[in-house]
Design a protein around this ligand. Structure first.
Ligand code: FAS
Ligand code: PHB
Length: 393
């Protein structure tokens, strides 16, 4: 039986922050798109991942009509604490940059985007199977997929590969087209979600002899915390008690008391830095994790995905308005300039804060770097301006 066919300007593979935000920005520009997602709506709206929005990303969500829940539930943070040698040191984002970040879970951003797209009559296909792209080097690419047992073909002018690190779009590029830059770290993060009031007002990044720890949060009653562990750590070996007692050790400092509670989620995330260049091939454009991955220490994953969306949506707006294809031709070059800066910052935060087992000399240098960064206005400013986010445009 032949496939059901349809046509759209921009076919989008993946309904994570990249795909949904791109579809939202295109809609605001009057450009139609269809989002093809393999998972269910419930799955993507409950997938716990990133937690911090850069200043300009939060402003972009507000300026594109997505500020209601963000303003109600988001937690503005004007600084963060770096804890090392048992002493906390505050980096004052507001004083150093005039900007702040907002703690607001990625799953909340996804919920807001799904609601906005459905309210605007956007076409989101959930539960798609056998998704494939074809003709990306022709002027008429297409996405094929099966939905509810029916074969579909979506003819597009452009395809956006927003399907994450394990998606099908990056592998659909011709052999030899991509140059891959990859670094795999010898550790991962054991992350928990707990019904426990955050034990501090702001995030605490701790460099401890036992390993890195991060105190984060999702709301006044939900904590999000992480422990450095082996990249292939068996989460079953970590009882709730063991997790709380290790967090207590790594976060210990004068006046600090760890609030514990019911752990509702535990998972281990491996750490890697990854970039695929170029981020485009013909009419296929890679966005977000489909093109690049960072260790989450700098809270850049979702934020850099949104950065790509801003560049691509503006280039597509010019292209479909008949104002030329330069923006599309320059897409990868423009994105990679900002991406490599977020890669550097994420690598820097990761190597400065994690136990690296590179010997005593390197350990002393690591502590000296933390001492310098937290004791120098120049050092603190470089961390602050990268953390709150480099300009989106
Ligand atoms: P995503 O991976 O979010 O979305 C891709 C979408 O494409 C998914 O919904 C997927 O189901 C879909 N898809 C994949 N293959 C498909 C196919 N063949 N057909 C159709 N759909 C397909 N970042 C932080 O800043 N802080 C964190 O703490 C943090 N923790 C993370 C933990 C984990 C386990 C992971 C994997 C990532 C984490 N990240 C974190 C990074 C994360 O937030 C990403 O940067 C962000 O999700 C990027 O968004 P997208 O590019 O939309 O990719
Ligand atoms: C989170 O809250 O999930 C989070 C916060 C900051 C990070 C990484 C993760 O650097």
């Amino acid at each position: 039986m032949s496939a059901k066919s349809a046509r759209t300007r921009v076919g989008i593979v993946g309904a994570g922050p990249s795909g949904l935000m791109l579809s939202h920005m295109l809609h605001l520009a009057g450009i139609d798109s269809v989002v093809i997602e393999q998972r269910s709506r419930a799955y993507i709206e409950n997938r716990i991942r990133a937690g911090v929005l850069e200043h300009d990303v939060a402003e972009l969500l507000r300026s594109t009509g997505l500020g209601a829940r963000l303003n109600a539930l988001g937690l503005p943070h004007e600084g963060t604490q770096l804890l090392f040698a048992g002493q906390p040191h505050r980096i004052d984002f507001a004083a150093l940059t005039g900007k702040h970040v907002t703690v607001y879970g990625q799953h909340e951003v996804v919920r807001d985007l799904v609601a906005a797209r459905l309210e605007a009559g956007g076409e989101l296909v959930f539960g798609a199977e056998d998704v494939a792209v074809e003709g990306v080097q022709s002027g008429s690419p297409a996405i094929t997929y099966t939905s509810a047992g029916v074969a579909h073909r979506l003819d597009c002018d452009v395809i956006a590969g927003c399907d994450g690190f394990h998606g099908i779009c990056r592998p659909a590029m011709p052999a030899g087209h991509l140059k891959i830059f990859d670094r795999i770290y010898p550790f991962g993060w054991l992350g928990i979600l707990a019904d426990a009031a955050p034990s501090a007002e702001e995030l605490i990044y701790a460099n401890h002899e036992n390993g890195f720890a991060l105190l984060s949060m999702r709301s006044p009653t939900v904590s999000r915390m992480y422990l450095q562990c082996a990249p292939d750590e068996d989460v079953a070996l970590w009882s709730d008690d063991r997790i709380w007692s290790e967090l207590e050790v790594r976060l210990a400092h004068e006046g600090f008391a760890l609030h514990t509670g019911k752990i509702t989620q535990k998972s281990v995330t491996p750490m890697r830095s990854f970039v695929a260049e170029p981020m485009q091939c013909g009419r296929l454009f890679l966005v977000g994790d489909a093109a690049h991955i960072v260790p989450p220490t700098g809270a850049k994953g979702m934020n850099s995905a949104i950065g790509d969306v801003v560049v691509l949506s503006r280039a597509l707006e010019r292209f479909f308005a008949g104002r030329g294809s330069e923006g599309l031709e320059e897409y990868s070059k423009i994105c990679l300039r900002r991406i490599w800066k977020t890669q550097r910052f994420s690598w820097w935060m990761t190597t400065m804060l994690h136990r690296m087992d590179h010997g005593d000399f390197d350990r002393r240098v690591q502590l000296a770097e933390l001492d310098y960064v937290t004791g120098s206005v120049a050092g603190s400013t470089t961390l602050a301006e990268n953390y709150v986010g480099l300009p989106l445009t």
